[in-house]
Ligand binder design. Sequence first.
Ligand SMILES: Cc1cc2nc3c(=O)[nH]c(=O)nc-3n(C[C@H](O)[C@H](O)[C@H](O)COP(=O)(O)OP(=O)(O)OC[C@H]3O[C@@H](n4cnc5c(N)ncnc54)[C@H](O)[C@@H]3O)c2cc1C
Ligand SMILES: O=P(O)(O)OC[C@H](O)CO
Length: 607
Amino acid sequence: MVFSYKTRNEEIQNVQDEELDLLVIGGGITGAGVAVQAAASGMKTALVEMQDFAEGTSSRSTKLVHGGIRYLKTFDVEVVNDTVKERANVQHIAPHIPKPDPMLLPIYDEAGATFNMFSAKVAMDLYDRLAGVTGKFANYTLNKSEVLERQPQLEKEGLQGGGVYLDFRNNDSRLVIENIKKAHEDGARVLNKVKVVKITHDQQGMVNGADVQDVISGRNFHINAKVVINTSGPWTDEVRDLDKKDDLSDQMRPTKGVHLVVDKEKLNVPQPTYFDTGENDGRMIFVVPREDKTYFGTTDTDYHGDLKHPKVTQEDVDYLLRIVNRRYPDAKIGLDDIEASWAGLRPLITANGGSDYNGGGGGSEKLSDESFNKVVNTTKEYLEDDAKRDDVEKAIQEADSAQDSGEVDPSQISRGSSLEEASDGLVTLSGGKITDYRLMAEGALKKINEKLDSQFDLIDSKEYPVSGGDIDPDNVDEEIKKLAKQAQDKGLNEKDALYLANLYGSNLPTVLTYDEPIKGLSQRDSFSLNYALNEELVLTPVDYFLRRTNFILFIRDELDALEQPVLDKMAEFYQWSDEEKANYQKELAEVVAESDLKELKEDEYRE
Ligand SMILES: Cc1cc2nc3c(=O)[nH]c(=O)nc-3n(C[C@H](O)[C@H](O)[C@H](O)COP(=O)(O)OP(=O)(O)OC[C@H]3O[C@@H](n4cnc5c(N)ncnc54)[C@H](O)[C@@H]3O)c2cc1C
Ligand SMILES: O=P(O)(O)OC[C@H](O)CO
């Protein structure tokens, strides 16, 4: 279905003449998930996003669909209970995106260790139990030599062994755009580069829509809606401030997380790996293989800067390199080995306390070992059906009550979500994770429907595939191969055909209709760019290279040769002036230079 700059301008006209049921503010995963369920349930829906879709946090995650096993240690059992179950639901509705990829959890005997071998096994058993994981993906433990057999380059000192448990790798911005396209296919008006500048009210002082600005034309216009929901992630408090009658207190405590990318020649891991930093700071680091690269992260530091533009600092790089070079002593990764990077802001909710249990250093009171061990032992008894779930809850409550209510360390804040309504009717859905976006949206739709006098039969979103998701979730590999065959029949080699099939899922046949060759691009990339321009509302080269594809982050080697042909095609498609074309070229160069950490490398060179 055409979803392009042309349809965007038509929708800007149409949306002004309508009385909508719902206006969604923010086009990250949270807003996209709400828009899909609203439109599919028959609500007249619009979503406005002031940047590109997913340009906020939802393209800057660790790119996992995961339950957050670390959160068990901060007793965020509710969050884990939700997210670990949601992994399967997200894979079910978007089978071409999250892919099962068992995580290796090396266990070290050191100060502040999140787990020992016993508690790691309990945590993995609880994790599997909550998600109903059995069979080939059930967790298991490895002894030290078995861990080193898998990853001989891992630090040997202090290594006790390890665990292996199911989690999923994800393409976060792809998950967002497939939800956005689905909402659009179901009739939602979906607009990027449109910013809410004011929340408006009726005579009775109740929210009735918003004044918005088309960032491209600079023109302001009004959108009428019976219900408005704020799904703006780290901007949640800023958007609330656009509602002069909003009486709820600020809630956001954004923390910055950074990832670095190196070639797999520098660091090659056979599977996603997750370990303590070894700095007794309550943090754990992921190391994840992706295309021919390896990325690792993250940091977790309070952030008070420009929400649109969190940057990677030398301090972030030093922290991550110190940890990865400790855990992989032969890697010897330096600043110059970093090929790409990204920084994102967790939309954490400050009221979501949490325990500074394992050395978070935030609170004054650490949890005593006996109360933690009581939680672990009660959990083990629960797993062996010798205790009930509320025995575990009770043990956790007792443990938590021992907590000092002091400021908690960022890593101890719950990753839970919040759904609130102000007295003027503005609804806010914030916090959470990508992994539980569907569940968060489901909860929000119940409230929205109530506010609309329950006029709508809400869909079962667990059975409602995103765009590109119409493939058998239990037979993904076969389905992808079948789709790829269609691309091979068009002359693509197997590798390129599988690349397109994995990226576009059941939309591949449509992608293959866009067969006009683009000068300077391969057949594969001509299909991809033509489709992105006509059906994925790509407005700039950065939209294409960073969010609709992964060239800037994970296929960096091919990027340089693609830049000019893509720029030339977009200039022709959009009829850009030379000046506009030069501006987009400059924007792309700046984004790539920032990803490459060019500034830090030049500083280091000067020193
Ligand atoms: C480093 C890091 C690693 C993470 N790893 C994972 C992971 O592996 N798995 C996982 O499940 N979760 C992970 N998360 C969490 C997850 O990324 C976030 O919870 C999620 O992306 C938040 O999505 P959102 O839609 O709420 O916010 P966002 O994606 O930030 O979307 C909000 C949108 O609102 C828009 N907006 C703001 N103000 C306005 C306005 N006035 N008008 C219009 N639009 C506006 C913004 O431009 C933005 O695009 C991670 C987070 C970080 C930072
Ligand atoms: O919020 P954290 O500390 O679990 O960090 C995010 C992870 O990297 C992936 O969810």
